[in-house]
Design a protein around this ligand. Sequence first.
Ligand SMILES: Nc1nc2c(c(=O)[nH]1)N[C@H]1C(S)=C(S)[C@@H](COP(=O)(O)O)O[C@H]1N2
Ligand SMILES: [Mo]
Length: 329
Amino acid sequence: MHIKIKRGWELPESAATDEAFFRNRRRLAKTLAAGPLIAAGAGLGGGLLGPGRARAAADPTADLYPAARNARYTVERELTDESDATSYNNFYEFGSEKTIAGKAQALRTRPWTVQIDGLVEKEQTLDVDSLIRSMPLEERVYRFRCVEAWAMTVPWTGFPFAELVRRAAPLSAAKYIRMETLADEATMPGLRASWYPWPYTEGVTIEEATNELSLLVTGLYGKPVPPQNGAPLRLILPWKYGFKSIKSIVRFTFTDERPVSFWEELQGQEYGFWANVNPEVSHPRWSQATERLLTSRETVPTLLYNGYGEYVAELYKGLESEYGDRLFR
Ligand SMILES: Nc1nc2c(c(=O)[nH]1)N[C@H]1C(S)=C(S)[C@@H](COP(=O)(O)O)O[C@H]1N2
Ligand SMILES: [Mo]
C-alpha cells in the first residue's frame, strides 16, 4: 500500500488556473529563447545545450526530417511555439517541476534498444535506429491536453503504433500492451524520489494501440524529438490526458492482464487506466471544463475526447455501463 504524500502529482487547483503559473512559464521560455542555450541548426533536435553538456553527436536519424505532413491530421488552433513545447514539460524522471529541459539533456538516447515481449509470436529486441528507418514517418499536428488543464498544439513526427503491433505479431490471447520508460539512475535524478513506482509505465488495449490516431513519436517540429519531450521514442494518444503518452520507451509487453500504470498505482482515484478527455468529468480536485493554451495563454473549452470523437468514440461504446466516469479519469 502506498503512503499518500502530497507532492507534484497532487497539483492544487490554483496551479492549474493561476495566472502567475503561466507568467513564470512565459518568462522561462523567453529566457531560454533569448540565451545562447537553444540549439541552432537542424539535427540537434531543438534541444537545450547546457554548458559542457553538448550532445556528443547529431542524431543519427536527423536526415529523415522534416517528414511530409499528413493533411488528414491538422487542427484549427494556432501552433504552440516550439520554445514553449520544449521548455515546459512533465518528465518526472528528471524532477517533478516543469523546468526539467536542462537536466534532460543528460539522457543517453543512443545506443537505444526496444524490447518486444510477452504474448507475441517471437520476442524481439530492436535497435531504435533500425526501427525508425523501417517505419513510414509522417508529421501530424495534434491537440495535446494535460490532465493539469494546460494544452498545446504541436507537429509530431512518427509512425502509427499499428505498424509496431503488426511487427510484434501478437498472439490472439494478447489484449493489452504495457509500455515502460527507461529507468537510469545515473542520468535521471527523479528516480531518487523512491515513493514513486519506477519505472514509469503505461498501458493501452490493443484496439486503442491500433487506432489510426495512436502515434509512436520520433520527432517534433520537423526535427528528432528532444530528450525533454521523450527521445528517442514516445507515444502520443491525442484523445487521452497527457500522462498516457509515455516517453522514452524501452519495452512493449503484450499481455492478457490490464496493466496498472505508474499514476494509477500512485493515485488510482485520480489517474486511471482509460483517462479519456471529457470536459464534463471533473478531476476530483479541479474542473476539466476548460484548458489554458501554452503560448497564447487563452482559456478555451475542453472538447470531449479532446476533439477526436469521430476517430475514437466507437472504442468505448458498450463500456459505459461497466466503467462509467472511469472512462474519463
Ligand atoms: N516517462 C514519462 N513519460 C511521461 C511523463 C513522465 O513524467 N515520465 N509525463 C507525462 C505527462 S503528465 C505529460 S502532460 C506529457 C508531457 O509531454 P511533453 O513534456 O512532451 O509536453 O508526458 C507524459 N509522459
Ligand atoms: Mo500531464
